[in-house]
Design a protein around this ligand. Structure first.
Ligand SMILES: *Cc1c(COP(=O)(O)O)cnc(C)c1O
Length: 234
């Protein structure tokens, strides 16, 4: 585990970098939310990042989300579920999250409709890169999917989410993020009541700068921000 000081420096460095990218690309810092992905670290480490000013937390497994929520009772936090959700687990988490980043199929929408006690803010996950290992709708399926969600009054489509391909090729990553933004713009322009679709969840530790340049409103940063439990001190 790294020290609290090292953690603070790390958060500050990312904060400064995000401010710089925002300035350079003419964006408001307030329009970019850092979601600290704490899936690889303990509740103790998570409490430390909260003390250092982080308010948005992301988990990708139900056990992780519920465990953290149980041991962290701070108010004013926003909880993001960013992983695949098995339909049978929906009931465990859906009323515990502020945002679901991984709505990717109609059967999941049906289960949310059945289990949610109030409308849930969802990102529709899109597999822009087309990699077989990735979940998400194909880009050409997104419009029809979102239109059909109008029947589900427990789902509010706030935006789109994607994961960049595993590659060093930054231009390829940029192309993927840009395609998602264009798709988001198209959906937002329809002004659907159930689907304002103004937000963009994209960018992780290795590519959040590119993502912000391309319009990300939510960057999901894990290892670069909170580290992992097993790493040594710096
Ligand atoms: C783990 C994870 C992240 C964070 O990944 P890092 O590379 O550690 O920043 C972001 N998004 C999703 C969906 C994840 O599963």
């Amino acid at each position: 585990m790294i020290s609290l000081d090292a953690l603070q420096q790390r958060i500050q460095k990312i904060e400064e970098e995000i401010q710089t990218v925002c300035n350079r690309s003419g964006r408001n810092r307030q329009d970019v939310t850092i979601v600290a992905v704490t899936k690889q670290v303990s509740a103790k480490r998570t409490k430390e990042v909260i003390e250092l000013g982080i308010t948005d937390l992301g988990e990708n497994r139900p056990e992780g989300l519920l465990g953290k929520k149980e041991s962290i009772l701070s108010e004013g936090l926003t909880w993001h579920f960013i992983g695949n959700v098995q339909s049978r687990k929906v009931k465990d988490i859906i009323n515990q999250v502020d945002f679901l980043h991984s709505l990717d199929r109609m059967s999941l929408a049906k289960e949310i409709q059945k289990r949610a006690t109030s409308p849930v803010d969802c990102f529709v996950q899109v597999n822009v890169s087309g990699e077989e290992s990735k979940s998400g709708l194909q880009p050409e399926e997104v419009e029809e999917f979102i239109i059909r969600l109008a029947e589900y009054d427990k789902i509010r489509v706030v935006g789109l989410m994607t994961m960049a391909p595993f590659t060093q090729d930054e231009e390829w990553i940029r192309t993927i993020f840009r395609s998602l933004r264009e798709l988001r713009d198209r959906m937002a322009s329809k002004k659907l009541e159930h689907a304002p679709c103004t937000l963009l969840s994209m960018g992780m530790s290795n590519d959040y700068v590119i993502a912000i340049e391309e319009g990300a409103t939510h960057v999901r940063i894990g290892t670069a921000l909170v580290g992992t439990e097993s790493e040594g001190d710096e």
